[in-house]
Design a protein around this ligand. Sequence first.
Ligand SMILES: *Cc1c(COP(=O)(O)O)cnc(C)c1O
Length: 419
Amino acid sequence: MAMDHPLDEAAALDAADPLASFRDRFVVGDPDVIYLDGNSLGRTPKATREAIKRVVDEEWSGELIGAWDHWIDLARETGDVIATEIVGARPGEVIVSDSTSVNLYKLAAAALDAVPHRSVIITDDDNFPTDRYILQGLAAQRGLELRTLTTDLDRGVDAADVAAALDDRTALLCLSHVSYRSGAIADMAAITAAAHRAGVLTLWDLCHSAGAVPVGLNECDVDLAVGCTYKYLNGGPGAPAFLYVREELQRSLRQPIWGWFGQRDQFAMGADYDPAPGIERFQVGTPPVLGVTAVREGARIIAEAGMPAIRAKSTLLTSYALRLARSWLEPLGFSVSTPAEDDRRGGHVTVHHPDAWRIAQAMRDAKVVPDYRTPDRVRLGLAPLYTTFAEVHTGLSRLRDLVAGERHLTFDAVPGRVT
Ligand SMILES: *Cc1c(COP(=O)(O)O)cnc(C)c1O
């Protein structure tokens, strides 16, 4: 079977890759480890190690409190890089703050406050857990109805199903752009347009899109969005997230946590909360400067490579992985759960197998790092800036060999605490 896909083919794809040199910009510890999890935690950019050291040694240690003169704008400046280079928005529409979960709460609450006469929130059952839980909490606190649509785990959210569910009682529609499980891309343009026809505000989660798939927030007229920076943006574990609010909406929306970083004329220390007119009103408290510094470095590398080139390589990587999966893994009892059409999938590829959890453990043992996802999925993240075609070949051939040799059967069948 291996004869069908010689390693030479992968080597030729690597030789023709215009982004190949970007791998050197990242720390690669053990070159024998095939890291297919950049969609959960991206690798460390070398520039980030230097930038953090500089901020600690020169700015924090040297300038002390005086460094706030420039730190004060860091979250906004980094937001502008994400806005203009990564998610298709204008300067002043994105800011780095808090976590994705907290930003989702802030923006969803702001949207619900704007339409008090509407009482239904719509999401789908394939949305990421934190999104579903936060919406459940908001619905419970406010006595609203949360309607959870049923989505096919492999095909992703269906635009016609969403359109059919929207009506004049709907306050907010919240969905993920790229499914965390299958990698299916939702039709952001069609779904947002359908929501707007029903007078509904849209809140998109871009965690698995930002840095992997071009996102046209302005082009699709999206109202609100949130996203992570520690996945394809390589911002580091727990790095602060970003949020987007369409400029025309900013003045009319108020988020629920009235902190001093959202205040107009912050250092006047005024008696009463009066939110800043722009995107800053969606901040709460002091931004984590070391974390935002890492986000800035990660976003700059994406900007330098450019989203069109990143998407082109990503599509080649995922289609190559799907070809190998079909010829090597399907005969072993796997099926592919990622959409076959290039324009319907994001940056990762997911396969399913009844023994997925044991297989994921055996892969780590064989120095291939995937994610296990419920109920029976193995997810392979192919981060375009540092994943090579040769790694895809080696990773999938190790996976094929260990399942063919039944090595996974020696691992525990009960999932661990962190999967
Ligand atoms: C990773 C991820 C999150 C994570 O949210 P945190 O607040 O950073 O824990 C949220 N939504 C989606 C879709 C994700 O993939």
